[in-house]
Design a protein around this ligand. Sequence first.
Ligand code: ADP
Length: 352
Amino acid sequence: MLSSSSRRTVALLVLGVVMAAIFAADTLTDYAVAAACFYAAVILAASRVLSARGLVRLAALCIGLTGLSFFLTRFGTYRIGLVNSAIGMLVIGITTWLALKMEAAKAAVQDAQARLLRVARASTVGELTTSIAHEVNQPLAAIASSAEASQRWLAQDPPNVDKARQTLARILADAHRASDVIARVRGLTRGAVPERQGFDLNQALLEMLALSHSELEQHAVTLSTQLDDALPPVFGDRVQVQQVIGNLILNAVDAMAEVPAGSRRLVLRSWRASPTRVAMSVRDHGSGLPLDAPERVFDAFWTTKSGGLGLGLSLSRSILEAHDGQIRAEPVADGGACFVFELPIDGGGPHG
Ligand code: ADP
């Protein structure tokens, strides 16, 4: 599997060969054949791999080659050659300008999306605040009571050092639990620069579940997981994928708020969807999706919640599509909703 830098080198080599072919065609054919116009296709293709500066240099080279062909061509009417070469140069110039505009627009969209992601990520973490505070508070309360107990063991006459040592070990374990929660939250609120690498999808889900634990408990949601232990690592940005999982879990909890506590079941599954893809599903037994147009839930700003942004699912879809993955809502027989998403395995997709 080629890395992105070697793919770029191969792409540039191919473009180089195409340029040489255009130059040969432009030089060896009649003045009436305006082969130089094909440099426009080279510019468009190169705009995907070159920076703005690189693209301008390439355009200058194409214009230079067009001029050189014009001087070297031996056949046809000189005046037609002059007009055709001028047209070729103009086409190269206009194409370069359009390609630069297009790339700038793409960068602006990416930038806006990264900013939206940050907002949505902050709101995911915000929604989990109570849960996170609870997760940290529990070990802290346990530390305080163990410390009191150990003071009592040491105050005895003679001091019960063994018991005090055991209590200290519990304190240490609880302190680690608290700092693990903090580390997970910090991981989630990390900068917005995507970092793609192979990672264990089940592990990423379990971490999100650890953060949502008391959220689920508080809403009396019964959780069951059916995770395939033999899953290969998937390729992508772990934090962004965790954000997708977090959105789906929080949506499921919201959707089950109206159903009786005993029926609030959340089922999480993972499995190998194909030789190159891994799938995960988040299935709830809540209110279900709108029957008339279930796909609407993926529209940006479409929400049925009073404080909702309507961005969670649309951003989740963008994140997964940017990973060569996908997300869909699957019909379920006995009420509720089921969201399934897929990701390429590490080394199995075009990015791997
Ligand atoms: P928000 O949660 O801010 O509304 P989302 O994009 O995450 O934004 O969801 C959009 C809408 O899709 C929700 O308001 C809700 O009506 C619907 N929806 C999402 N998940 C579920 C679900 N699990 N069950 C039922 N409806 C859902």
